[in-house]
Design a protein around this ligand. Structure first.
Ligand SMILES: [Zn+2]
Ligand SMILES: [Zn+2]
Length: 300
């Protein structure tokens, strides 16, 4: 009983710690403003579809389930940090940054974070990591809250790329903290259901239209527009996609839309299926080789 009480108290403390972070407050204020703007656009009528309301409920549930998974994420993060330390990669001396103005450090933090984020995101669109990231793509009614529809395991994958930022670059904590506020607000902004493009600046700051195409269930757009903040990375690495206003259906084929239990179990179910398929392919290949060998032996 004491253990259960201690566990619940620990979760409550984690939730409280998250709620008092400046980026959480900024995001909550932005989300509240977005709801008011959306209601205003709808003539003060709550006319969201049932599916969209179910989607919001699923996202909120996933967010809180992830809070319960935090201890597991922390353990994995510590293991990644240890593995990185064991590699002995020389890091940039923090003194190197001391002459830099604060705004430039924030820009460096944001650009390097987005570079790391681009490549981990690209990895997560590949066969074996896709089941982890698919949850983020499951929402057929993408909105500001969809930014929080991620599997706890995705946080672990992202930790690997943030280790690069936090340890190798040796950036001051203040720059990373201010950058985190911009990031937290921007990630909500790109998921908002508006067709905003940034005109001549669209390559330098991701817009809701840019990210909506990333969520489009359209073959030509699969695995495109991977950058979180700076589309110029997509342009540089050949994954940029632009096709005007995005009215395409959103979501991902074969991924449950708003079933929280199925979504949380999705990576494990998919890995089981992929492993079975790989084993079956391996067995078929071995059988073919054996058949060829026995055929040659019989011919001699
Ligand atoms: Zn993605
Ligand atoms: Zn997204």
């Amino acid at each position: 009983m004491d253990e259960i009480v201690a566990f619940l108290a620990g979760r409550l403390a984690a939730w409280q710690a998250l709620m008092v972070k400046p980026e959480t407050r900024a995001v909550l204020a932005l989300l509240a403003a977005l709801v008011v703007v959306d209601l205003w656009r709808r003539g003060w009528r709550m006319s969201w579809s049932r599916r969209a309301i179910r989607g919001v409920a699923a996202t909120v549930a996933i967010f809180h389930l992830n809070l319960l998974c935090l201890p597991l994420v922390w353990i994995c993060a510590a293991l990644i940090d240890e593995a990185y330390a064991a590699l002995g990669v020389p890091s940039i001396d923090p003194a190197f940054w001391s002459a830099w103005p604060a705004w430039a450090l924030v820009v460096v933090a944001l650009v390097s974070h987005d570079f790391a984020n681009y490549w981990s995101h690209r990895l997560m669109h590949m066969r074996w990591l896709w089941p982890v990231h698919a949850i983020h793509h499951s929402d057929p009614d993408v909105n500001g809250l969809s930014a929080y529809r991620v599997h706890a395991l995705e946080t672990v994958v992202m930790w690997g790329s943030y280790t690069f930022l936090l340890t190798w670059m040796g950036l001051p904590a203040d720059a990373i903290g201010i950058g985190a506020i911009f990031l937290a607000l921007h990630i909500v902004y790109v998921h908002v259901d508006v067709d905003w493009d940034h005109g001549p600046f669209r390559m330098w700051l991701a817009s809701p239209r840019f990210h909506r195409w990333h969520h489009a269930d359209v073959k030509a757009a699969y695995g495109k527009n991977l950058a979180g903040m700076f589309p110029v990375f997509d342009r540089l690495f050949g994954t940029y996609y632009e096709a005007g206003r995005c009215d395409a259906p959103l979501g991902a084929p074969g991924v449950p839309a708003n079933d929280v239990v199925k979504l949380m179990l999705f990576p494990f179910a998919e890995w089981t299926r992929l492993t079975r398929e790989a084993l079956a392919r391996g067995a078929a290949r071995s059988a073919a080789v054996l058949q060829r060998i026995s055929g040659r032996a019989a011919a001699r």
